[in-house]
Ligand binder design. Structure first.
Ligand code: GLP
Length: 244
């Protein structure tokens, strides 16, 4: 697992965009593992700009999303499907037929079984991860054990609280999610985790603080991945006491 420290969030996003675009250039049919959240909006803007400028061609890629809320249909503005549509899919030439999302309004067992079947057959070439304040990746929350395959989860209180900022006041924040599992993370050929902001510093400090893989710190599975990069900005690196 490698640490990359960039000046600020924009420079981190540029680093990640370049890594993805290199993979797509080398393998136009690459399977991209995609995340949602505030940490990746800049990155998706860069993808849109690079696509418009002819610097990247998504016409043969496939995509798979990490996670989704249980109970939110794809046309709900806080669903991850809607986020992807808004930020990326509707503004690039990613073929719809190659997009793999959970249907948040579908049966969670069935949706995660479908995702498992897909990931049994397909290995992610490059996987983008954000991180929760508690160290979660996708919706793999701190727990006594890791789950390998895609599955439904009860979200941690602090995840619900952190995600409430995206919902209107009074609107109910989903309590359950669906997520890829740890096998899917570890099997990816390349994994890039991005983190900015003081709220993520404790989890990142813990990640680099020892050589353990701990289900209470879900991001620690990155230590098992063949090629994992953690990209943080200088501010986070300073608060987590990390040097380049
Ligand atoms: C959610 C998602 C995660 C994401 C995390 C961080 O909980 N399930 O996949 O990494 O939020 O989001 P943000 O980048 O908005 O802090």
């Amino acid at each position: 697992m490698r640490l990359v420290v960039e000046k600020d969030a924009a420079a981190c996003s540029r680093f990640v965009a370049d890594a993805f675009e290199r993979v797509i250039k080398e393998k136009p049919t690459a399977l991209l593992g995609l995340a949602t959240g505030g940490s990746v909006t800049d990155l998706y803007r860069m993808f849109r700009e690079d696509y418009s400028a002819g610097r990247v061609d998504f016409s043969e890629v496939s995509t798979v999303n990490l996670d989704e809320y249980v109970g939110l249909p794809g046309d709900h503005k806080q669903s991850f499907a809607w986020f992807m549509e808004e930020h990326l899919f509707s503004k690039t030439n990613i073929p719809r037929k190659n997009v793999h999302l959970y249907d948040g309004s579908g049966d969670a067992e069935l949706e995660t079984a479908k995702m498992k079947a897909f990931l049994d057959e397909n290995v992610i070439d490059i996987l983008l991860l954000g991180i929760g304040n508690n160290g979660h990746i996708g919706f793999n929350e701190p727990d006594a054990v890791f789950t390998c395959a895609p599955h439904a989860v009860e979200l941690a209180e602090e995840t619900i609280a952190a995600n409430a900022r995206f919902f209107s006041p009074g609107e109910e924040v989903p309590k359950y999610g669906m997520t890829i599992g740890m096998r899917d993370v570890v099997r990816a050929k390349k994994v890039i985790l991005v983190a900015f902001g003081a709220a993520k510093a404790a989890a990142i400090a813990a990640l680099f603080g020892d050589d353990l893989v701990d289900p209470q710190l879900p991001c620690s599975t990155l230590k098992l991945a063949a090629d994992a990069v953690v990209v943080v900005d200088e501010a986070l690196a300073a608060s987590a006491n990390l040097s380049r």
